[in-house]
Design a protein around this ligand. Structure first.
Ligand code: NAD
Length: 499
């Protein structure tokens, strides 16, 4: 059995705790590796290395730190295929989707090449007589990220790239379900020129996480995962005086107005509802057609598109639409929720329960499902299903659809499909959700904007990536200075450079 490792002080380090988790191949159901779970001592050792490395890393000028990011981008492109293959093998998503996972992380690394510009401070000349005032952004020290299984390349990069570009050292505790890609990324960062110890990957479970939360040398924690754990980490890390941002689960609604292009809306729902088997925090899981006639036409268009989706292992070719769920538990949970939908009276108009794939009977596959006439009291509406299950909740008016979306406890993403600018504008303005799409189903902002949900989808201050990340991973120091008139230097004729 393959045994995975930690990556500490620039080297692969075998686990010492004697505790391991299973890493599955979700397509076959086989255990393909064991991942070590760090003890408190192992986590502490990684923090000691990070504290030491951070001191010299933060004194390197931001332009040189940006150059490490530049080389890392080149290496990501060069290693795209082995990274995508490792990602699909542990997560189960298709290879094109795995490439997308890496690409959306890579784009944040590209943004971080601009660290010199993003870390520039503010300056007021002559704030008083002979007095100047300036503010600078300084790194926090050692910071940590705890990341989920569903984007094992993108989310670690969203966290460590800005943190490191700002001059921090970073402890990454990736998901125990698909840890290979984060380990590969750390190796590539060393190859790109990052000094040892600046990026430590420590695998583990709650013991590793709790050690991060308690550790006095860890100054900030960024988390992405389910809402109950986001709340736990937010509360506990704050209690220990850390800066914290935690991004949680979602239930994303897409309103379909009577004037929408229904073919476009149906394609958007299929792509965003079933892509990655629904295991995306920005997946649309609730369609809200407005008016009975819109709903009937939309359902009629959705059924054949959903029934013909190709479900299979990533090895079956790039035209697969989606793969298995990540674990047997996830598969059983989703099928349990489907049963609850039937029991509570929703109309199951596409039934994927009998899905079978010859040769992959032990894989964690779930066929696509579509429920119509779902109501807000049903568990399939209340729970984040995180599987290939789309629910349609019929609304009679725009106001009813808007209120449904607003009253939902989650606030990650939402979308409206319409041809009417006035309705779209009103929706974008009034909805209480962090990311909004207008005729765009998965409105994940690009790297130079920021990503973050509201309500139970986000806890703490500031968003991920974009300018907010540079604020989150630095603190501001403001200096007021007065200099007496002094000796002037002679002329310097050489073109000045920074070394
Ligand atoms: P998860 O909460 O189970 O795990 C996330 C991380 O927390 C992992 O590293 C895990 O090891 C750790 N963890 C799990 N249980 C813990 C505990 N009891 N104590 C301490 N640490 C613990 O989430 P997941 O299943 O890996 O990911 C799926 C979830 O993440 C979904 O709810 C999805 O919506 C959400 N998500 C949100 C965003 C966002 O930006 N809002 C992005 C991606 C995923």
């Amino acid at each position: 059995m393959k045994e995975l490792h930690h990556f500490i002080n620039g080297k692969k380090v075998q686990g010492q705790s004697g505790h391991f988790g299973n890493v599955y191949n979700p397509a076959t159901g086989e255990i393909q590796a064991k991942v070590p779970y760090a003890s408190i001592d192992e986590m502490n050792m990684a923090v000691v290395g990070a504290v030491k490395a951070q001191k010299s890393w933060s004194s390197i000028n931001p332009q040189k730190r940006g150059r490490v990011m530049m080389e890392f981008v080149r290496l990501l492109h060069q290693n795209m295929e082995p990274l995508a293959e490792a990602l699909s093998r542990e997560h189960g998503k298709t290879i094109p989707d795995a490439r997308g996972d890496i690409q959306r992380g890579l784009e944040v690394v590209e943004f971080c090449i601009g660290a010199p510009h993003l870390l520039k401070g503010e300056y007021t000349d002559s704030a008083g007589g002979g007095i100047d005032m300036y503010s600078m952004r300084q790194p926090l020290g050692v910071v940590a990220g705890i990341t989920p299984f569903n984007f094992p390349a993108m989310i670690p990069m969203w966290k460590f790239a800005p943190a490191i570009a700002c001059g921090n050292a970073f402890i990454l505790k990736p998901s125990e379900r698909d840890p290979s890609v984060p380990l590969m990324l750390a190796e590539l960062m060393i190859e790109a020129g990052l000094p040892e110890g600046v990026l430590q990957v420590v695998n583990g479970d709650k013991v590793a996480v709790d050690t991060i939360l308690n550790h006095p040398e860890i100054k900030a924690v960024g988390f992405v995962g389910s809402t109950p754990i986001a709340e736990y980490i937010y509360t506990n890390a704050s209690k220990f005086g850390k800066r914290v941002q935690c991004f949680g689960g979602a239930k994303n609604h897409m309103i379909v107005m009577p004037d929408a292009d229904l073919d476009q809306a149906a394609d958007a729902l299929v792509g965003s509802g079933y892509g990655a088997a629904g295991e995306r925090c920005m997946a649309i899981s609730v369609a809200v057609p407005v008016g009975e006639s819109t709903a009937d036409k939309l359902i009629a268009k959705l059924i054949p598109k959903i029934e013909t989706l190709k479900v299979g292992p990533y090895t079956a070719g790039e035209d697969m639409d989606f793969g298995p769920l990540v674990t047997k538990d996830a598969q059983q949970r989703v099928l349990g929720l489907v049963q609850s939908g039937i029991d509570q009276g929703a109309d199951l108009v596409v039934d994927g329960r009998d899905f079978q794939l010859q040769g992959y009977e032990d894989g964690f596959f779930v066929g696509p499902h579509l429920f119509d006439r779902v109501t807000p009291d049903m568990d399939i509406y209340k729970e984040e299903i995180f599987g290939p299950v789309l629910s349609s909740v019929r609304a009679q008016t725009y106001e009813e659809a808007l209120n449904l979306t607003k009253q939902n406890p989650y606030g990650n993403g939402t979308a409206i499909f319409t041809r009417d600018g006035d309705t779209a504008r009103d929706f974008a303005h009034s909805v209480n959700i962090g990311m909004v799409g207008i005729n765009v189903p998965i409105p994940v902002p690009l790297a130079y904007h920021t990503f973050g949900g509201w309500k139970k989808s986000g806890f703490g201050d500031l968003n991920q990536h974009g300018p907010d990340a540079f604020r989150f991973y630095t603190r501001t120091k403001t200096v007021t200075s007065r200099w007496p008139s002094g000796i002037k230097e002679g002329a310097i004729l050489n073109f000045p450079t920074i070394n």
